[in-house]
Write a protein that binds this ligand. Structure first.
Ligand SMILES: [Zn+2]
Ligand SMILES: [Zn+2]
Length: 344
């Protein structure tokens, strides 16, 4: 089968011929329905050798959903043909964090590793999943539509859920960056909380999309954005600010519109930094970066999609267009989330 693979650091991925691997004990072979195209793959491609703990080559694609093809010995409870979504971060399964399902923060596995991230992912017709615990049933959801739930959905779901206690009636959440992840965050906030949602972006098109997905107010990311957001919160600032971009500028905006005792949660990996000083940051503001969510949170965000409360905005492409699609992602020309469909 053809697979779209990282074969060298700081070089374009290549299409290679690889064998379909048979599932061993406890493993599951998944026929890939959809493999999402994520911005973080561009960071992986651009990384110099030695930064990420990944051995090359490996197949890209860390947002995967499909159908069970075959199960290995000892795997019970899954039937061939059943639609599933694949949890992307593969922990050890036995350390204290893995045992509560938070395999994204496994104490033993290398940082940020899983299918499509150092291990073979979903940009190919069949993907070997090393343990059945990494699968959640999709029910009636189409794997091609659901694939982005594993990263864009799960990451934003976790980022919102950890701050739900702050999001009481009358509270405000600010989303900086209204692209794929931001649009998912807006839908999740609207589904889970009574908070007023303010979306900030450079693009008027993305702000219009934010409004259609439930944002209560939108603010253009110009040099008056801080003032506009603070006015919308009557000067107090927002209980939760989600920075989906993560540049110097967006982090400055985030800290300037956050409220005392609030949360500033960094999702985007643009690599910017934040000045921290006693008077420069709201008192008792908690700042955290997040990476994915737990396996149980993947089941929860999947349930939200099954209930029709959130809808990933996807554009589908055949796998052989992968290089062109990543180029369009790099140029900012994709609307919603691009999903490769290796099996049509
Ligand atoms: Zn990703
Ligand atoms: Zn672990």
């Amino acid at each position: 089968m053809k697979a779209y693979r990282m074969t060298q650091w700081q070089a374009a991925p290549q299409f290679c011929d690889v064998d379909i691997r048979e599932p061993g004990p406890g493993q599951v072979l998944v026929k890939v329905g959809g493999a999402g195209v994520c911005h973080s793959d561009l960071h992986v491609m651009d990384m110099p050798a030695g930064v990420l703990p990944y051995a090359l080559p490996f197949t890209l694609g860390h947002e995967n959903a499909g159908w069970i093809e075959r199960v290995g010995p000892g795997v019970d409870g899954w039937a061939a043909g059943e639609p599933v979504i694949v949890y992307s971060v593969w922990g050890c399964g036995s350390c204290a964090t893995c045992r509560v399902g938070a395999e994204n923060y496994c104490a033993k596995a290398p940082l940020f590793s899983g299918g499509g991230l150092g291990h073979d992912g979903g940009m190919t017709s069949h993907m070997l999943v090393p343990a059945a615990r990494f699968l959640c049933p999709l029910g009636d959801l189409d794997p091609r539509q659901a694939a982005p739930l594993t990263d864009a959905g799960l990451t934003t779901y976790h980022a919102v859920k950890r701050s739900l206690s702050l999001l009481v009636p009358g509270s405000t959440a600010v989303i900086i960056g209204a692209g794929g992840l931001g649009q998912m965050a807006i839908q999740i906030l609207t589904a889970l909380s009574p908070a007023r949602v303010i979306a900030v972006d450079l693009s008027s098109e993305k702000l219009a999309a934010a409004t259609s997905l439930g944002a209560d107010a939108t603010v253009a990311a110009d040099d008056r954005a801080i003032e506009h957001v603070r006015d919308l919160t009557h000067g107090a600032g927002a209980e939760l600010v989600l920075d989906i971009v993560g540049s110097d500028d967006t982090l400055q905006l985030a800290v300037s519109v956050a409220r005392r005792l609030g949360h500033l949660t960094l999702v985007g990996i643009a690599g910017g930094s934040l000045q921290f000083s006693y008077l420069g940051v709201p008192t008792e503001l908690s700042v955290a970066s997040v990476f994915y969510g737990s396996i149980s949170e993947l089941a929860e965000v999947t349930a939200l999609a099954q209930a029709g409360r959130i809808r990933p905005q996807v554009e589908l492409f055949p796998l052989d267009q992968a290089a062109r699609v990543y180029q369009r992602l790099r140029e900012g020309k994709l609307h919603g989330r691009a999903v490769m469909t290796p099996n049509g």
